[in-house]
Design a protein around this ligand. Sequence first.
Ligand code: HEM
Length: 564
Amino acid sequence: MKKSLQHYDISPITGFLPTEPPLQRLQNPIFLPWEKIMDDFHELLLAGKLDKHIQKLPLLNQTRLENIKEYRRAFVVLSMLSHGYIWGKESTEKPLDILPANLAIPWCAIADYLGLYPILCYAATVLWNYKPLDLEGPLDLSNLAILSTFTGSTDEAWFYLISTAIEGVGAPCLPAMMESIRHVNTHDYDRLIDNLEIIHNLIIKITATLARMYEKCAPSMFYKKIRRYYSGWRSASGVGLPHGLIYEGVDEIYDGDSEYYQTGIESEKATYKNEQRYRQYFGASAAQSSLIAALDVFFGVDHHPCLADSNSTNDSTNNSSIPGPQPSPFCNKKKQTSKFTRTNSNAYLRAMRLHMPGPHREFLEDLEHAANLRSFMLEITNEKDQQASKNDSSLAKKIKLLQVYNDCLMQLKLFRDKHIQIVAVYIINQAHKKSNSTMMLDETRHNLPNNVIEYNKNFQSTPPSSQSSSSSTFDTKTSNGLLLHQHNNKTTKTRKVVNGSGGTDAVSFLKQARNETLSSKISNPATLHSNNNLVWEGATTVEEETPLLLPKSRYRSWLDWFTA
Ligand code: HEM
């Protein structure tokens, strides 16, 4: 890459976390009214008085913020205040759909400055929301504290800090990626292998950090108390914001952001047309982590459209959550116009990039162009009919390189496996517990946890992706086990989809991302012949863990695997 990591606001030491710890408080007395509410934030939420205090806030002039650290702190504060204001209501009350101007105006301006949307995001909860206990200490769980939370609980702090620690632990991946790109260009196999091994070990540490989620964040606490606060206002009819949110004083007529608008399904586009003053944004999600996205781009993991992209225009007709071997024609068409689709034609993941700080998003876009590892791997493994002795050193290096490349993908896949287990425990199981107990959908519609959307043939609302669902579609969905619960009888057909914070059909989407990681592995093209010679026969991608030097006949194609 031509530009340095620093150009993208990335540190070789701290990665996407800022080089200096985030500001704990805005010191300029002008901003005291914001910080004062933050001082009593949990208490005000608990007492149900946050909205009254917010309504009395003066409109502060955000142009008095002086540097990036202040802008980031202000963004964290306004994100917390705004989400507290919208989602802090008693569960029986309908959320307000207008954000008052004293929050909306500065929040939008600050978001603009940071290259973000005015909505809570990963940067606000994870990247700019921690303090190291010891300034000289490591950025890991032994040395991190949180700055702001909604509930004041250790569970919520831990939930954010796991991601902060992942960013800290995984930070050295970034210089190693840059090095690797250079070594691909110079065909320096040894150094390339060294750097890939570094990344491989770091992904193992990332997964180990993720697995510590269970230690201090209780699933029920997460599900019942924490999660509601970081919901967005897109596809939010189930939680009482069918049109989204009006940012008072910002846009009397909102004409929509074209890129964001492109990810909308037809019905939402109509909402934009008729209710132009409403904005709709996805809520916060660790899917907005630039680190995990960078690993995908670097290794060339292709993400395809899926059912979970209920916001993608083509997906309304595609009920399969299994990725096709190639991006759909829709995506190829989009590739010519959108800069986000080179390896990533999944509308939700693309939309998540729009919720990353501007420079980090720019980094991913440039990395899309610079990433050369996968094409290099395919190039060398596709060299056909190279015959060499078993001890040929260049062939041995190629085999080693292929092995370490595949091992990295395997670790990324194991990260996703662990993540899916966590989602099952923290969301799916919790949603099922909850729905088995009490819920009467039609009477308490907005009390529904925002991740369970129940579609019933007799209700007016229809599933986003299957308005003409046939029973076979329902059957396919039911095969997801925990994810979907289907109940059929003569008069009603109901299905429950457990959605992610972004409104996606969570487990199908996550499994797809996991499978796409695995299917990026490249089979070893070298076959050991009876004359003790290795023959390099040209590779295909593989979908299962396969030891090197297996005869090619033992590899299964994606199609075979799927059919099986
Ligand atoms: C209790 C902990 C967690 C839960 C319940 C959870 C839940 C989810 C859900 C439901 C999704 C689907 C999309 C969405 O709704 O946004 C998702 C996506 C994602 N999450 Fe998490 N998550 C958790 C922790 C983490 C952590 C710590 C990371 C690491 C930084 C992470 C990284 C991702 C990524 C990268 C995606 C996009 C899909 C993919 O690339 O595989 N998550 N998560």
